[in-house]
Design a protein around this ligand. Structure first.
Ligand SMILES: NC(=O)c1ccc[n+]([C@@H]2O[C@H](COP(=O)([O-])OP(=O)(O)OC[C@H]3O[C@@H](n4cnc5c(N)ncnc54)[C@H](O)[C@@H]3O)[C@@H](O)[C@H]2O)c1
Length: 257
């Protein structure tokens, strides 16, 4: 479907995993896509793959926790495509560590990449959208961990909960400017990422047993939810969290009988 002709998008963390699938889907919908990632060479490889398929795509190396690098990312996107209409804050890290064993440095890094990165990119892109005076779309990738606690996810879950509330605040602040701000919350999604190991078989089995749909998520499940939220059809949807998790967050499955 072509719903994003003439639009340009920045997708952070788009060299691998979910971000790569999201970038590909937005390109498929007609958007010019900036593949932004801390792994610059991998980002260029992903952009080259999109160009080889006939899409408009460029890449930029960026650490989303660094304000100067984020500003440079936005400027290079505007230089390449003339505007930024869509931002997908997808870059994230998810180390597992019990709270009592988590170092201050590790806590700070998760917050810096996941939560501050979302803030810095939203601020830099949001300002350009307001200056341009055209409709904009921001989608933040949170997680079921943002509302469902699980052991070992202290920093990660707190950062993803923060993203949910930041999404709502930004939606209220930017609503009058025709900029929507929403979040997508994936459940366990098997991406085949080259940089993040897949969950163990035991974890996958335990998770799928709690999923009404009876399977793990696929990258395209997440990408098409993002594609809807950035499309013209979602003009009146803002400040929302769309969990794409096969029903996992709806509640515990009951035991027969
Ligand atoms: N895969 C899942 O099951 C799942 C579930 C819920 C939420 N999420 C969220 O989806 C997003 C993508 O996850 P994924 O599974 O594809 O992970 P991934 O590790 O495969 O990909 C993350 C990408 O982000 C990039 N990145 C990391 N730190 C960065 C930084 N500081 N600046 C710029 N780029 C950076 C990495 O280089 C990588 O390309 C994350 O926000 C994650 O928390 C994933």
């Amino acid at each position: 479907m072509i719903r994003l002709e003439g639009k340009s998008a920045i997708v952070t963390g788009a060299a691998h995993g979910l971000g790569r699938a999201i970038a590909s889907r937005l390109a498929d919908e007609g958007a010019a896509v900036m593949v932004a990632d801390a792994r610059g060479n991998d980002a260029e490889t992903a952009a080259e793959t999109l160009r080889a398929a006939g899409y408009r795509a460029e890449s930029v190396e960026v650490d989303v926790s660094d304000a100067a690098q984020v500003d440079a990312m936005v400027l290079s996107s505007i230089a390449a495509f003339g505007s930024v209409d869509i931002l997908v804050n997808n870059a994230g890290i998810s180390p597992v560590s019990p709270a009592l064993e988590t170092s201050e440095e590790d806590w700070d890094r998760v917050m810096a990449v996941n939560l501050k990165g979302c803030f810095l990119c939203s601020k830099a892109v949001g300002r350009k959208m307001v200056e341009a005076g055209t409709a904009g779309r921001i989608v933040n990738i949170t997680s079921t961990a943002g509302t469902n606690a699980r052991p070992g996810a202290g920093a990660y879950a707190a950062s993803k909960a923060g993203i949910i509330q930041f999404t709502r605040v930004m939606a209220l602040e930017l609503g009058g400017r025709s900029i929507t701000v929403n979040a997508v919350g994936p459940g366990m999604t098997i991406t085949g990422s080259e940089v993040k190991p897949a969950p163990t078989d035991a974890y996958q089995t335990a998770f799928v047993n709690q999923v009404a749909a009876g399977r793990a998520g696929r990258p395209e499940d997440i990408a098409q939810a993002v594609a809807y939220l950035v499309s013209p059809e979602a003009e009146y949807v803002t400040g929302q969290v769309l969990f794409v998790d096969g029903g996992y967050s709806a509640g515990k499955l009951s035991v027969d009988g």
